[in-house]
Design a binder for this molecule. Structure first.
Ligand code: PGA
Length: 265
């Protein structure tokens, strides 16, 4: 795993935006559109603001980009401000030159959920797979809504949210009683099939989850620890989120060496 420890949440935003832009430009140069996996929550908001700004300055285009979001609540209609459909429109899609028909957020309203899950998996396959999956991480180390105990071989399906996740997300709903009990989420295996993965984390509230993800054993009790199995994962985290790492000095040294190597190449 590449662990990039950055000074601030703003540096995490800039790092993530640079990674996404590099992919979009590389694909554009080859005449392909990139396939991006997207996340919701508080952490990627800075990244989305930065992508909107770079798109407005015409540094990047989303014209041929296809996107797949990690998850959506069950029981929240897509036009509700609490839905992830709404979040994506509000925070990214309506501000960039993307074709909305190329954006996919799991559908949980007015459908049979298992069929919707299977259709979502098929759409990812038909797109040729995800090139770069952006992830946040829950304070309990969930990725997507793959909560503790999620099979490391899981695919898109309905998951019950933990009490902790519902508490963490109650801020968007007004009251914890209004937070749904379940969500449709990409599975851990679905996520692991992405070509590359970029996990973003900021703040001390994520420090334990990051330590367990990077330095703990691979276990379904820490769903993000499954990322240790992936050959191309980058964690971009601020100092607070890195504060629980025993090997932080090693990761900082590895990045210094990477910078030296890239200057001399
Ligand atoms: P957050 O959520 O970015 O709002 O902290 C992350 C997550 O639950 O995956």
């Amino acid at each position: 795993m590449r662990v990039v420890i950055l000074e601030s949440s703003e540096s995490v935003t800039q790092f993530a935006a640079d990674e996404v832009c590099a992919l979009l430009k590389e694909r554009n140069a080859k005449g392909f559109g990139a396939v991006l996996g997207l996340a919701t929550g508080g952490t990627p908001l800075g990244l989305y603001r930065e992508l909107i700004a770079r798109n407005a300055r015409r540094e990047i285009t989303f014209a041929n980009v296809e996107t797949f979001n990690l998850d959506e609540y069950v029981g929240v209609p897509p036009d509700s401000p609490c839905s992830y459909h709404y979040y994506m429109l509000e925070n990214l899609f309506q501000h960039i030159d993307i074709d909305l028909a190329m954006t996919h957020v799991p559908i949980t309203h007015g459908v049979e959920l298992q069929k919707s899950a299977e259709a979502f998996e098929l759409q990812i396959e038909q797109a040729g797979g995800i090139d770069l999956q952006i992830l946040g991480i829950g304070s309990d180390a969930h990725i997507g809504f793959n909560e503790i105990g999620s099979s490391l071989g899981s695919r898109t399906r309905v998951k019950t949210l933990t009490e902790r996740t519902r508490q963490d997300n109650a801020r968007y709903f007004g009251s914890i009683d209004d937070v749904p009990q379940t969500a449709l989420t990409m599975g851990i295996q679905t996520i692991l099939e992405s070509q590359s993965i970029l996990l973003l984390a900021t703040g001390t509230g994520k420090a334990k989850a990051i330590r367990d993800t990077v330095e703990g054993p691979i276990t379904a009790s820490v769903p993000a620890s499954a990322l240790q199995l992936h050959p191309n994962v980058t964690l971009a985290i601020d100092r607070d989120a890195a504060s629980g790492l025993a090997n932080a000095d090693y990761f900082l040294a590895a990045e210094r060496n990477r910078a030296v190597a890239s200057r001399s190449s």
